[in-house]
Design a protein. Sequence first.
Length: 249
Amino acid sequence: MSPFFSPARKKVIFFDMNNTILDRRQCFDSAFLEVMNDYTARWEPDESLFSAQDVLQSYKMEWSRHRKAPIRSPISPDELRHICLRKALHALPVSVNPAFTRAFFEQVEEQEDHFVALFPGVEDTLDALSQNYQLAIISNGNRRRLQNNLEKMKLTPWIDQERLFSSEKDGPRKPHPAIFESALKSMNAVPNQCVMVGNSWRNDVVGAASSGMDAIWIHPGNIKKISERRIGKQKVIIIRSFKQLVYTF
């Protein structure tokens, strides 16, 4: 199979971070259970009516119910987390006020990084791509955590912190074109010299296309190993896993 992109035409490969390079699919669940177990350990055995797993499932069901509602209430993610946690803990001996919710999820976020992992083949793939392309990150994540993850997962030989572009530092969140434009300017590149790689169709693929960049969508459910489509004039390659990137460049 011939590659879809070449160094003669492309200069920079931008990557999303979470659930593209870093596998965070189980991080939230594991961190939630860790923090919940810490709280329940402070209570007498007969005070706890549910296990930490019960609380997690109740929280996720409540979150899902709100997200799937036909008409969503204009509430922030923080407010929704509070509503769902209060519902999940309603039978337990704790007062779930906004301060408690904020403290609880701050601990969850701190614990999440203990469970993060790289997807299979990430290091070998980045090493191969770095021989011909500049590599960078465009993410909606918290910049401090992104920097910590780059160092912890030993990714800095291929992507240093100067090539890390986050919504927190660089403006609007993906898919807004401004964050892509800011990254392009910093990398001294024009859109047709760049490719965006990510797992979110809306944030990564549509966002990149709106800025004139080609994109690669990592979609594990893709029927073919590698397929191609277009958004307007922009090329979109669809692959199943990160390590398949070596066949597209």
